[in-house]
Every structure is written in structure tokens, then in C-alpha cells.
Design a protein around this ligand. Structure first.
Ligand code: ZN
Length: 443
């Protein structure tokens, strides 16, 4: 029998927790400060008010328990493990809501009538899946493959976490190619928690991050991407900016209003673009200096507006047109890439690829879905390497890209239209910043 501790002993701070400070691991903090610090780590992860009731209560409980790690360090590990199970619970609750009373299964192979089951709880979902299995056995149809109908697609679904993830992706509730891999890792972790094989311990910093990720996951399931999010980011703001460069290799990017400052810097060429400009933030575009009006060479989408020309011309255009900023979604973008004469060219938007001349359309084209152009490029380049490293169709397991199609320009464009609807062609001028080593081949 373990010893019975007094209330005072239970209230004694756990020294292991005190060494986690706002500046990293350090000298143990006073317990009072540690309690405040721990609460601040999870203070700003909030759920949308329309998230499922049971999910909200589970999440609130974890958030509330978190600072008690100051008294018992193992609380962090228990919360971290529990969070992975709450992820599955959120999927179940959202699934039942999505069903709106009924789910439909079809056996595409047999071509028989669809089967619909009424569902009010997740237990009803399991019961419906089991019943289909019994039905196939009774009718001696071992090859029957009942699939869940999600919009216009059919997916394998047996009620487990893998099926729920496939459903959430097919229903468009979860998004982003990079996060697809993270979801896969999270569900492997969840399985390790459900079937533990060893002892482990988690730090408060890791657990706080898990809770932030869980909040993003739940909010996205209920239709709310997170502003500045790590997993499911909301659309990002773009402003009208001016890019300027000279022959000596200087290159600047600044808000367009910088043109109004009285500067007589001669020898500069000016270009107006609409782009993400957040120096020092996580949304800082690492590749802004590679801007090209026709190719997706920057990390975030950037639109050509005017130029190149002189400062006074740029200012005149700005005052005549009053261009404004906007917000743009950058995850799950559709890119088209051309391979021709042994060169792979940088990704293009489908609209720009659609506006190319017959000569420019020659070669083999690939249409992919990716969050960032560099992912699209690396994937397509990888297709020419090891035959199994990258998927030639569908979700790539080797990288955060979904291959939509490839072939002629026409076939690739059709694959893009299947994904994003009618593509209206654009033909921006061949304007770009001085040569970038990263993208040597362009046209
Ligand atoms: Zn790939």
C-alpha cells in the first residue's frame, strides 16, 4: 500500500516543473511564478463556440488541469496522452454531426442498391458498419466492399481513427498537404497511447504545444482555421508593396507608401506587387526576392500589379488605381509544372499555364496540390528519381504533395480544372527580379 500524504504534502510544488522557465531550462523558479508561467502557456488556445459540446468539455478539462503540473510533474504526460484521444473523440462527434441523421454505404463493385443507416450516436455508426459485414457474410459475398459515401466519392470506412481521418479529408474538413503528414504522425502517436509499450514522460513545453495543436485541429474540424496557425492557418493578409533594385545588386521590398518618401536614389527600377510582407514573423516570405510575375517563385502567392518603371511612374500608377491589399489562402494550392528538353521549370498557377502560347505549352506537364511551390517542385523532380519515392497519383507518402495528373498541357490543365473549377487564363508580362540561382530555368 502506498503512503497516504497530507494535503500540505500534496500541495508541495514539484521541483521538476520549476526548472521550465520562459527562457528555457534554467534555475528553478519560485513556485508562484511557475504556476503563472504554466497557465500562460495554454491561456490563448481557445475553441470556437460552435465546436461540439463533448469535445469542448474534454478540451476545457485538459486546459484547466495543465497548471497542476506544478504540483505533480506527471500531470503533463497524462494530459499529453489524453489530448491524442480527444482528437479522436472530436472526429467522432463531428462525424455524427456531419451525418445529419443518416449515413450511406455503396458497394461499387457489385453495383447493388446503396444501404442507408440511421445514426444518432457513434455507437450507431459502429453498429451500421458491423451490420454491413454480417450482411456480406450471410449473402456469401466475401469480395463485397462497402464504402462510405462522402459527397461524390466513396472511401473505405470501418469506424476507426484511420477511417475518420480519411472521411474528414474527403469531406474537406481537414486541409493542407504539410499537415496531412502531421495528422498521420498524430494518429500513430494516438495508437501508441492506446496500446502503450513503455514508460515515457513529456515536458510542459511539449504538452502545451500538443494542446495548441489540438485546439487548431478541433477548430478546423468545425470550420475555423487559425490566424497564424501552425497546422491549419487562416488566410494570410497581403499588402501592396514596392520592390526596387539596381545594377549593383541591391534589392528592396517595402510598403508601397515608401515611394512617397522623398528619395532621389537613382538607378533603381521599381515594381509594384501584392504580396505577404511580414518581416521578422513566421509569415515572413523567405523567397520574396525571387519574385517572378509568371512563376510561383515566392513562398506565398504574390501578384504582379505594375512595372518595371521609375519611381514617379510607379507613384502615378498607384495614385490613379488605388490598389488594395487582400487575404489569400495558401494551403492546398494547385500548381502546374512543365518538363521540357531535360529541364523542369518552376511551378505556375493554372491560370498562367492556361494562358501560355502553343510553343510554351510543349513538353510534359504535372498538376499537383501543395502548400508551397518548393514542395511541388521537389516532388516532381523526385518523380524522375527512384520509382517508388514519390506517388504518381494521389497523396504522396514521400512528401507533402498530392499528384492530380500529368501528361500533355491539355491533360494537366483538365486535371487542374477538375480540382479547382473553370480556369480563366491570365498572361502576366515576363517580369522578374534579377536572376535567382534557385530557379535557373524559366521562360
Ligand atoms: Zn512526393
Amino acid at each position: 500500500m502506498s503512503e497516504i500524504r497530507s494535503l500540505e504534502e500534496l500541495q508541495t510544488p514539484d521541483r521538476t516543473a520549476l526548472v521550465f522557465t520562459p527562457y528555457g531550462l534554467g534555475k528553478a523558479m519560485p513556485a508562484e511564478d511557475s504556476a503563472r508561467y504554466l497557465q500562460s502557456l495554454v491561456a490563448n488556445c481557445e475553441l470556437a463556440s460552435d465546436a461540439g459540446e463533448a469535445t469542448r468539455r474534454e478540451f476545457d478539462r485538459l486546459q484547466r488541469l495543465f497548471p497542476y503540473g506544478v504540483l505533480e510533474y506527471d500531470v503533463f504526460t497524462v494530459i499529453d496522452d489524453r489530448a491524442l484521444l480527444v482528437m479522436e473523440q472530436a472526429l467522432r462527434e463531428r462525424f455524427v454531426q456531419w451525418c445529419a441523421g443518416a449515413i450511406t454505404f455503396e458497394d461499387a463493385a457489385s453495383g447493388g442498391a446503396p444501404v442507408t443507416a440511421n445514426v444518432r450516436s457513434y455507437d450507431d455508426v459502429f453498429a451500421a458498419v458491423k451490420k454491413l459485414g454480417r450482411r456480406s457474410r450471410r449473402r456469401q459475398q466475401p469480395r463485397a466492399r462497402w464504402q462510405l459515401k462522402v459527397g461524390n466519392t466513396l472511401i473505405d470506412f470501418n469506424g476507426t481513427l484511420a477511417g475518420l481521418r480519411a472521411w474528414a479529408r474527403a469531406a474537406g474538413l481537414l486541409r493542407g498537404q504539410r499537415t496531412r503528414g502531421i495528422e498521420h504522425a498524430m494518429s500513430r502517436l494516438r495508437n501508441a497511447v492506446a496500446h502503450p509499450t513503455g514508460y515515457h514522460r513529456t515536458t510542459p513545453v511539449e504538452t502545451a504545444r500538443t494542446l495548441h495543436d489540438l485546439a487548431e485541429f478541433i477548430n478546423q474540424l468545425w470550420g475555423h482555421p487559425t490566424p497564424g496557425g501552425r497546422l491549419y492557418p487562416a488566410p494570410v493578409e497581403r499588402d501592396v508593396n514596392v520592390m526596387a533594385w539596381n545594377d549593383e545588386g541591391s534589392l528592396y521590398l517595402a510598403p508601397a507608401d515608401a515611394l512617397r518618401e522623398d528619395s532621389d536614389a537613382d538607378g533603381y527600377v521599381y515594381l509594384l506587387i501584392r504580396c505577404v510582407f511580414r518581416p521578422g514573423s513566421r509569415l515572413d516570405d523567405a523567397h520574396w526576392s525571387a519574385f517572378d510575375a509568371r512563376f510561383e517563385t515566392t513562398q506565398f502567392p504574390a501578384d504582379y500589379l505594375w512595372g518595371p518603371g521609375s519611381r514617379s511612374e510607379a507613384l502615378a500608377w498607384l495614385d490613379a488605381h488605388h490598389p488594395e491589399g487582400d487575404t489569400v489562402d495558401y494551403v492546398d494550392r494547385v500548381f502546374m509544372l512543365r518538363e521540357h528538353d531535360g529541364h523542369l521549370y518552376p511551378p505556375m498557377r493554372a491560370e498562367v499555364a492556361a494562358g501560355l502560347t502553343g510553343e510554351e505549352q510543349r513538353g510534359t506537364w504535372h498538376t499537383v496540390r501543395a502548400d508551397f511551390p518548393e514542395h511541388a517542385f521537389a516532388h516532381v523532380r523526385g518523380l524522375n528519381g527512384s520509382p517508388t519515392a514519390h506517388a504518381r497519383t494521389g497523396d504522396c507518402e514521400g512528401c507533402p504533395v498530392h499528384q492530380l495528373g500529368s501528361g500533355t498541357h491539355e491533360q494537366a490543365l483538365r486535371a487542374a480544372e477538375d480540382a479547382i473549377g473553370t480556369v480563366i487564363h491570365q498572361r502576366p508580362p515576363a517580369v522578374r527580379t534579377p536572376d535567382s540561382f534557385f530557379w535557373p530555368h524559366r521562360f
